[in-house]
Design a protein around this ligand. Structure first.
Ligand code: FAD
Ligand code: UDP
Length: 382
């Protein structure tokens, strides 16, 4: 019996939606995309709350990429509003620019001392460079080690303990390297060529991406209920990799978050999009959506992020945990996934168990389509 669909895609986030659109338009094949949530767009989902403010239900999502390919691909489904994200960190009673940069130095130290440290940083690394905290901590000299210890203690250690439940050293260096020390006066949180927000929001962008006669969407459907009799012979799975295999090699760790939204009467409640609180409170950061969306209403909505461990059935697995320990634990699952290739492909933040940003999830979808899915559909498998 021929199946109703050529492809089943599990998960309607960036990875799954990008792939569904490619299959529908480039291969002219039928796709069913399912998600166990009651909406599309995965963790990038945004919606209007009762006050009429556009909010990101799973925490603040700011689009940034260095990839022209990704930016132009997504531009088919949205117009953009240029937006440079700025973050302040609460350090020693002041709100100072993050990433730590030469402005931050000026705001935290007496002038002569800030100048000496700025000179030392420039001499050591060069003006305009970006230095991960792990690298700064290896730099020699009294000035450098004082500064490295200061930034580590005041900005990274406690934030990381809250966010991940462990120290920066227990994680891959790539985690803290996402927020390097910037040896210039560029206070923007991201350094990418393209930094912009979809004009009508992410969900609207996904609606346009998935609006094709070859694509059916079923929401509130868990793959667990389809896997014994899938409606297609080829499956792309973007959920947690360990869950797919029934956790047979042990459950992988993920970090989760609890979000507290608050709506305030009046305009903006903080001067920048996000304020980080590395050292105080149980939460890590507060974001004021009005900066991200560019919308100003009679009310403003903020979201506060409280990190927690992921517990199946209780919360969502938002972050894979990049560390030497998880690298070896995920390996057997990757091996099993490899063996299913041709029938099931694994991709995305949860299925690859990689800390992707949205643009990386999109790039992963595009590349999987081009290198593996299209050749498989055209009978060109190697
Ligand atoms: P997801 O968006 O997680 O989508 C996977 C989908 O699969 C989910 O909707 C899930 O419900 C569904 N699913 C899983 N298992 C099943 C199953 N068994 N059956 C049916 N459906 C299933 N990136 C940025 O670029 N900029 C940011 O500012 C940014 N901020 C972030 C802030 C937070 C708090 C978080 C958590 C992430 C942030 N990201 C950001 C990362 C971004 O969310 C991800 O890169 C992106 O969502 C990954 O897309 P994905 O499709 O791989 O996964
Ligand atoms: N980080 C930190 N202090 C900060 C900002 C970031 O220690 O003020 C570390 C922390 O470990 C965090 C990581 O850098 O998890 C990556 O930060 P990013 O803002 O990229 O995290 P995301 O937006 O993905 O949650």
């Amino acid at each position: 019996m021929p199946k109703k669909y050529d492809w089943l895609i599990v998960g309607a986030g960036f990875t799954g939606a990008v792939i569904a659109e490619r299959i529908a338009t480039q291969l002219d094949q039928r796709v069913l995309i399912v998600d166990r949530r009651d909406h599309i767009a995965g963790n990038a989902f945004d919606t209007r709350n009762e006050a009429g403010n556009l909010i990101h239900l799973y925490g603040p999502h700011i689009f940034h990429t260095n990839s022209p390919k990704v930016f132009h691909h997504l531009s088919r489904f949205t117009r953009w509003r240029p937006y440079f994200h700025h973050v302040l960190g609460h350090v020693d009673g002041r709100f100072v620019p993050v990433p730590f940069n030469l402005e931050t130095l000026d705001q935290l130290f007496p002038q002569a001392m800030a100048q000496r440290m700025a000179d030392a940083l420039v001499a050591h690394f060069g003006f305009g460079t970006k230095v991960p905290i792990t690298k700064l901590r290896q730099a020699e000299g009294d000035e450098m080690s004082f500064l490295a210890d200061y930034i580590y203690d005041k900005l990274f250690l406690n934030y990381t303990m809250k966010q991940w439940g462990c120290t920066p050293e227990q994680l891959d260096a790539s985690v803290t390297a996402r927020v390097p020390i910037v040896i210039s006066r560029d206070s923007r949180y991201f350094g990418d060529i393209y930094q912009a927000m979809p004009v009508d929001g992410y969900t609207a962008m996904f609606e346009r991406m998935l609006d094709h006669p070859n694509i059916d969407i079923e929401l509130g459907v868990d793959f667990a209920h389809l896997k014994d009799a899938p409606p297609a012979d080829r499956i792309v799975y973007t959920g947690p990799i360990d869950e797919f295999f029934g956790h047979c090699e042990g459950a992988l760790p993920y970090r989760s978050l609890r979000f507290e939204f608050e709506t305030h009467a009046g305009g903006r409640v903080q001067p920048v999009g996000t304020v980080n609180y590395p050292n105080e409170f149980d939460f890590t950061r507060i974001t004021d959506f009005s900066h991200l969306t560019g919308e100003t209403h009679s009310h403003t909505t903020t979201v506060c992020e409280f990190p927690q461990a992921y517990v199946a059935g209780e919360n969502d697995p938002y972050y894979p945990v990049p560390s030497p320990e998880t690298k070896s634990r995920v390996q057997p699952y990757r091996q099993m996934a490899q063996e299913l290739k041709g029938k099931v492909w694994f991709a995305g933040r949860l299925a690859d168990y990689v800390y992707y940003n949205m643009d990386q999830a999109c790039a992963r979808g595009l590349s999987l389509f081009e290198k593996e899915l299209a050749p498989a559909a055209l009978g060109m498998e190697v």
